[in-house]
Design a protein around this ligand. Structure first.
Ligand SMILES: [Cu+2]
Length: 172
């Protein structure tokens, strides 16, 4: 009887570990961070159109604007025409810490520009298209950028976390 109890407890721990590992793997996949402009960050000399097209944005991801806060800022614009015309005055949100993380909470398109006069028209703006699909179902662009490599890093970590309970079981 005691043996059976022990067995069931071990099973319980085992199942909890599997569920825990799966949850952590899931969180790892969901929590992808996109550094806007890549290693160069948020500044005039970056081609943000080509940067954005190299990325896959999903609901739950974060975009991070890193910049010199004495030179730049981040404003979110409400629509395509404000974005096209650099109508900074129409901003619906503005940030200026120099290290601003913005969570992509739903699918659709979001528009960001620099709030410093003249910077938007010099190209300091970016359009973020957020896909509806889940993490693993969008391997559309095989051109591996900095962010897609970080996502495979996450799933690799999840994979090892999944293996962990099996290793633990061998010592029970
Ligand atoms: Cu700027």
């Amino acid at each position: 009887m005691e043996w059976l109890m022990m067995m069931m407890m071990k099973r319980g721990v085992f199942v909890m570990m599997i569920v825990g590992a799966a949850l952590m793997a899931e969180m790892g996949l969901a929590d992808q961070r996109h550094m806007v402009g890549g290693s160069q960050g948020w500044q005039e000399s970056v081609d943000f159109d080509s940067w954005a097209s190299s990325q896959t944005f999903k609901v739950g991801d974060q975009i991070v604007f890193k910049y010199d806060s004495s030179l730049h800022s981040v404003v979110e614009l409400p629509d395509e025409s404000s974005y096209k015309n650099c109508d900074i005055g129409n901003s619906i949100e503005s940030k200026s810490s120099g290290n601003d993380a913005i969570k992509l909470t739903k699918s659709g398109t979001r528009y960001f520009a620099c709030g410093t006069i003249g910077h938007c028209s010099q190209g300091m703006k970016v359009k973020i298209k957020i896909a509806t699909g889940t993490a693993s179902s969008t391997p559309s662009s095989p051109s591996s950028s900095s962010s897609s490599s970080s996502s495979s890093h996450y799933s690799l970590m999840g994979f090892f976390l999944m293996l962990l309970p099996f290793y633990a079981l061998r010592f029970m």
